[in-house]
Design a protein around this ligand. Structure first.
Ligand code: CA
Length: 409
């Protein structure tokens, strides 16, 4: 679970599994921006601050005594490069037939738990199982770095000290409450913990004890983990008994500039333009707000994204991660396999996408960071140029667009 200011597949911190799939970690050493020798003095000051914040000296001492600066945390924080994958590459890899099978069997195994969760929080089992699979392979891969040490190092570091100091304080509160011991808190490099890779603040605010043993244990207890994820999803806006994502079939001609995850239109708007379900059945011509999402442009797979889909992008603001998690959940709920769409899609290389971004930036368009990743700003700049060239304005960095941009007019 990653909720920092990122667009598309650009992770500054990521769950271990997703990191493995999406992000390459550079191996070169990175200079610390604070001299590590100053860490002990900083830690002393932080301990006092924690006690002043109401955390008991006993917890502060148990968690922070002897903690040292961790160069490996800094290396991971600095070293994460961007490795752009297309939606089809990522979703085929993450939603494997094995994960579909395991997910289905877990839905059966915990059927009673899911029924209780659905009743209490309104979040369906398939939605939870999909996040569970993507985040940690259902609790199997949770990361092995010492969370407290990572959080202390990142709090001391000059990059995002306020954010991580707040997370470290919440980690201490989780310990103080008796949920976990400092030793038990392990995860990837940014302090995420447990089967759903909650940041400590999410843990502290949203974890629930669902198996009734008196502890909120998001490492060993599947019922606690699942109900806590549901509680969090509900709190960030999940609407019970509403869809989240549906695959659709689109015609060859549409108002492409309206097809974007950030633009909601009444379902009627798309019905009138000939959007149907995959089997050709018409979609309802009503006022339910939906976004038409085309992660690989007008020739690739097409989805209706409902207001519940916004909860996915809040969980992790990578559109490709969100679409994959939501699609996986539709499969577990009995939905159809991915349809490839209307035609062949040329997937641009990272270098080609960067070139598009460079040319657009040179011409004065805001594309965000020039990193080979297509976020909202790049999508908008692409759209504006597609309109200028009379190309279908689907916001996709197509070869056709690159050729037009290269020709320099
Ligand atoms: Ca429990």
């Amino acid at each position: 679970m990653v909720r920092q200011g990122m667009t598309s597949i650009k992770f500054t911190a990521a769950a271990s599994l997703v990191t493995a799939a999406l992000v390459t970690t550079a191996t070169q050493a990175f200079a610390a921006c604070q001299p590590p020798a100053a860490f002990p003095k900083w830690l002393q000051g932080f301990k006092q601050q924690a006690v002043a914040q109401g955390i008991s000296p006993r917890t502060v001492s148990a968690a922070l005594d002897g903690v040292t600066y961790d160069p490996a945390t800094i290396a991971k924080d600095r070293g994460q490069g961007v490795f752009a994958q297309s939606f089809l590459q990522f979703s085929n890899r993450m939603v494997s037939s094995n994960r579909l099978q395991v997910g289905s069997s877990l839905l059966k195994k915990y059927a009673q738990t899911f029924a209780r969760i659905q009743q209490e929080y309104g979040v369906p089992g398939p939605v939870l199982v999909a996040f569970w699979g993507l985040e940690t392979d259902f609790g199997k891969v949770m990361g092995n770095m010492e969370s407290i040490r990572s959080l202390a190092t990142l709090s001391f570091d000059c990059r995002r000290p306020e954010k991580f100091s707040a997370e470290l304080l919440d980690a201490l509160r989780v310990i103080e409450r008796g949920d976990l011991s400092p030793r038990e808190m392990r995860g990837p490099a940014h302090g995420e913990v447990g089967q759903f890779q909650f940041q400590p603040s999410t843990y502290y605010n949203f974890a629930v004890d669902f198996d009734g043993d008196g502890r909120r244990d998001l490492i060993r207890s599947a019922p606690d983990s699942l109900a806590s994820a549901a509680n969090y999803l509900r709190s960030i806006g999940w609407q019970p008994n509403q869809p989240w994502l549906e695959q659709v079939r689109i015609p060859n001609d549409l108002p492409w500039d309206q097809a974007d995850v950030t633009i909601k239109r009444p379902r009627l708007f798309w019905a009138k333009h000939g959007v149907t379900y995959l089997n050709g059945k018409p979609i309802p011509g009503d006022n339910v707000p939906v976004g038409l999402v085309l992660p690989m442009g007008r020739n690739g797979p097409a989805f209706l994204a409902y207001p519940n889909f916004d909860v996915y992008t809040e969980w992790n603001n990578s559109l490709i991660y969100s679409l994959t998690a939501a699609y996986y959940a539709t499969r577990l709920a009995g939905g159809p396999p991915l349809a490839k769409g209307n035609g062949p899609v040329t997937v641009p290389s990272t270098a080609e996408t960067k070139e598009i971004q460079q040319i657009l930036a040179k011409r004065g368009f805001d594309v965000g960071k020039i990193d080979g990743v297509v976020g909202a700003a790049t999508r908008n700049a692409i759209r504006a140029n597609q309109i200028k060239y009379g190309l279908p304005a689907d916001g996709y960095p197509s070869a056709e667009l690159l050729n037009r941009l290269r020709s320099g007019r």
